[in-house]
Ligand binder design. Structure first.
Ligand SMILES: Cc1ncc(COP(=O)(O)O)c(C=O)c1O
Length: 471
């Protein structure tokens, strides 16, 4: 089967989509764009403006987005938040600078370090063993890292994480600014936060200098459409515009750009109310599911385990107490209930809810999980736990950039103790590198990766149990 046939097959299955993109495949949400796809697909001709030097229609739309988000400037992106993160970091730094990054950050942050010849300092998220969940960084540690490393130019934080965990971003911004650094926030999973009050506050409202959001993840826009917001005077906008033009396509898609405008307008008109309603339903359903004994992550639980806040539109559920892993639960939901969630790991499924979902669809998700839970409750299976959310601390031999350009060879994972990794090793999802180029392979990491392979977790950077090692 080839690509289009595969897409048609998935489409014909008519699965209930709790995954990206945020429009959930609904024509009525995409409105005009779905109707006019072929005629809106144009290039830079008279009347259509130019993303890399916007003067009228694109400029007007970007200004409107900036106004809605309450920021100084907004830039539409057609190569996803990936391109925005790389551009933001390259704008805020010069070669050889250091940046402090949350270790569980997206791989684009590491790509920026390679491209920009930057030194990486890590701040590790705290890990809760009972819930097998990273619960955000410790702000005291953030402060002491900034004091210890005066060479740090900028800090990159992920807010919310793929799992919906939010740190106290307002306090983090204060600490970072008191130390005269720039705060870049990867808000790939948070473009909806601006529109509702009952979720964590959006970083652009409380002191971030640059925020990058994947409009396609949590708003009803097309895949790859994102927005970068400049929120303070500290950012050199000429440099940013030049770097955005270097990193992104010189033929930006008008369909993607128009879908950003459509999504933001939709949220301003109907979307806000729909999202608020959906959050109320999630809370009610989560309460009922928890009463039956299902592990549902709520804001209360996140607070109890010392996390700061939680984006409840990420429905995080686990049936590991009845012997079903997240990966197995994802499979059962798809095969038996025609529900596809965004992702699963050894413990959880993560179902994304947006303004495009209907109440009965959210109810069906919870009812199906309850159904699976009840029919497995009696079996008394106990699953051995693999703590895959933890990120082991590895020693570094070479900088990420030096390691990336070194010659390498393939070696079996089980014999790679003490070798220097030449590549990223990235379990998917969530796409966070567990090993970076230049890091030394430890016994612990071999053990974790072996367990992941046994548990069918898809890992980029391992092929038939071989990894890339520096010569
Ligand atoms: C936390 C985080 N940041 C950035 C990205 C990259 O976003 P995009 O897919 O829009 O390039 C992702 C993608 O999954 C992500 O999860």
């Amino acid at each position: 089967m080839e690509l289009t046939e595969g897409l048609q097959k998935y489409s014909d299955e008519c699965n209930l989509r709790f995954h990206m993109p945020g429009h959930k495949g609904k024509k009525e949400i995409l409105e005009e764009i779905a109707e006019n796809m072929q005629t809106y697909d144009v290039t830079e001709v008279d009347g259509t403006d130019n993303l890399h030097n916007p003067a009228y229609i694109i400029k007007n739309t970007q200004n409107k987005i900036a106004e809605i988000y309450g920021v100084k400037n907004s830039y539409m992106l057609v190569n996803g938040t990936t391109s925005g993160i790389i551009s933001a970091i390259l704008t805020a730094t010069n070669p050889k600078d250091s940046i402090l990054v949350q270790r569980d950050c997206h791989k684009s942050v590491f790509s920026a370090a390679i491209l920009g010849d930057l030194r990486l300092e890590f701040i590790y998220p705290r890990f809760n063993e009972d819930f097998n969940l990273n619960i955000g960084i410790d702000l005291n540690e953030l402060e002491s890292k900034l004091k210890q490393n005066p060479n740090i130019k900028a800090v990159v934080l992920t807010y919310p994480t793929y799992y919906g965990i939010c740190c106290d971003i307002k306090k983090a911004a204060k600490i970072i600014h008191n130390n005269n650094k720039i705060l870049i926030v990867d808000e790939a999973h948070g473009s909806h936060l601006n529109f509702v009050n009952q979720l964590p506050v959006s970083a652009e409202k409380v002191g971030a200098d640059i925020v990058i959001q994947s409009t396609h993840k949590t708003l009803p826009a097309l895949t790859q459409s994102s927005v970068l917001h400049v929120c303070s005077e500290k950012i050199n906008k000429d440099k940013l515009q030049k770097i955005l033009a270097m990193i992104q396509s010189s033929s930006p898609s008008y369909i993607l750009m128009s879908s950003i405008e459509n999504a933001v307008n939709y949220m301003e008109s109907k979307g806000k109310n729909r999202l608020n309603k959906n959050i109320d339903i999630i809370r009610k359903e989560a309460y009922e599911a928890a009463k039956r004994g299902i592990k549902v992550i709520t804001k209360d639980i996140v607070n109890k385990i010392d996390g700061f806040d939680f984006d409840e539109t990420k429905v995080l559920l686990s049936l590991d107490n009845v012997g079903i892993s997240g990966i197995e639960l994802e499979k059962i939901l798809r095969e038996k209930f025609k529900i596809q969630v965004e992702m699963s790991d050894i413990t959880y499924i993560n179902a994304f809810v947006t303004a495009a979902d209907e109440s009965d669809e959210i109810k069906k998700l919870f009812d199906s999980v309850i159904n699976i839970y009840e029919s497995n409750k009696q079996k008394n299976k106990v699953r051995s736990q693999v703590k895959i959310s933890s990120l082991p601390r590895l020693n570094k031999k070479l900088s990420i950039r030096d390691a990336f350009y070194k010659e390498s060879y393939k070696k079996q994972l089980k014999y790679s103790y003490n070798c220097i990794s030449a590549d990223f090793i990235i379990p998917y999802p969530p796409g966070i590198p567990i090993v970076c180029p230049g890091e030394i392979i430890s016994e612990e990491i071999i053990d974790i990766l072996t367990k992941m392979i046994k548990n069918d977790i898809n890992i980029i950077g391992i092929n038939n149990n071989f990894i890339s090692i520096i010569k």
